[in-house]
Write a protein that binds this ligand. Sequence first.
Ligand code: PLP
Length: 384
Amino acid sequence: MNDVIYLDNNATSRVAPEVLEAMQPFFTDLYGNASSMYTFGGKVEKYIQEARAKAAALLGAQPEEIIFTSCGSESDATTILSALQTQPGKRHLITTRVEHAAILSLCQHLEAEGYDVTYLDVDEKGRLDLNQLESSMRDDTALVSVMFANNETGTIFPIERIADMVKSRGILFHTDAVQATGKLPINLSTLPADFLSVSGHKLHSPKGIGMLYVRRGTPFAPFLRGGHQERGRRAGTENAPYIVGLGKACELAMNNMQYERTEVARLRDRLQQGLLEKIPDAIINGDQEHRLPNTLNIAFKAVEGEAILLMLDRYGICASSGSACTSGSLESSHVLRAMKVPFTYAHGSVRFSLSRYNTEEEIDYVVKVMPGIIAELRAISPFA
Ligand code: PLP
């Protein structure tokens, strides 16, 4: 067994060895600028186009609809700012209460600048009310942005239906697919989204690379202006090693998708079942029927999530909690608050997110140590 049992893949993931291998020549031999006139640069450009084709294939898109960016946050921000800039008369945005900060904090900033934002509610399982979406769309709505799947609970939204509803009103639609890409099939030849965001480091390529899908013909304003890279849609010398790495990661994701959806899900279910069987007063956060195959968000009554993480750390187990220590007091995450998870459970929430690199032995080890951790913490808990 590894020294570290890494169960925090929704935070970031290890770089696949095949990805690292594909990237290496671009630091040593193939260091030319892809935009240069000479053959040495042109060779790099050829590999970038190959990576673009692999990325497009994973999403059911055309290669020219893919823009390489630096991360998921850049892809999200580019979309929102582009939608507002290309439609100056429209000053209303619709998103959800459970988006990642990459969306929410920009929306809050835009509200302070005078834009109007509607945040859609979720129910106790984290599901959206589509009637609320229908009644929130207005003539001045510039963009609807709804994540494909939630990073904390793994809840998957009915993106096809949402996209159809939004497009039937003639409004631009964006989905943050940072957590879904590589874990779920995405087919933009049938999904009518205008924009879709991806982050490389959630799919076994390095941090510092992402991509944005922009449907052909969609009005677009670049976030970074400068050189003519990415067909004038994102300036900055192409990050060839990382682009090639992301292309390789997309190819691997396509090949491993079935494994992810069956074997990784099996390990996740084994973890869930083992914990629920051995630990009383535990509940699952999120929609178990529509959930990412790798994600388990489990809440233990009357314990603090951060204390659980510290104890897990002693055993070399990495996970995330559903609460964050802000100004000395523990506040549960905005996602769990939006779901109205009861206080005594929300604070004891832990997210385990698996990858194809996890083993059954690792899962069984977590199931073995966890009951003792919870019992020890409950023994000293003021809430127990
Ligand atoms: N969107 C979602 C749903 C995420 O989970 C994350 C990262 O956790 C991001 C966006 C931001 O991605 P990046 O870290 O590549 O900026």
